[in-house]
Design a protein around this ligand. Structure first.
Ligand SMILES: [Zn+2]
Ligand SMILES: [Zn+2]
Length: 118
């Protein structure tokens, strides 16, 4: 899938290529989500546009200090999200997290926020 490829490309350039990728889907089954993130502190949550549930991505919510809503360049805020994770080579500990979006309106994909796990 397009978004997974983009996160793979981005993460390679970043020096910590992803080992796993998973789409973010609400427990209600909806995958059209609004993304709020803090690129400085490294954290992101998603809000389901169907049921309003909040999804705490990689338990990062508590690290966010100044979350902003991420919009596509076309102003669409209902995005399909995917998370890629890079592990330390000797363990299953997460080293780096990447959150990417796919816009169903203009088809743009991109990594919107990424952070190093500390
Ligand atoms: Zn939902
Ligand atoms: Zn768009």
């Amino acid at each position: 899938m397009e978004l997974e490829k983009e996160i793979q490309r981005y993460s390679k350039l970043n020096g910590y290529p992803i080992d796993v990728y998973e789409p973010v889907v609400c427990s209600c089954g909806c995958s059209e989500l609004q993304l709020y993130s803090d690129d400085d502190e490294g954290g992101a949550i998603a809000l389901c546009t169907e049921c309003g549930s909040e999804i705490d991505i990689e338990n990062s919510k508590s690290y966010m200090e100044d979350p902003v809503q991420n919009l596509c360049g076309c102003d669409n805020d209902r995005l399909k999200l995917g998370v890629g994770k890079s592990y330390y080579s000797d363990s299953r500990e997460v080293r780096w997290v990447y959150v990417g979006c796919h816009c169903g309106k203009c088809n743009l994909v991109g990594v919107y926020v990424d952070w190093k796990e500390t």
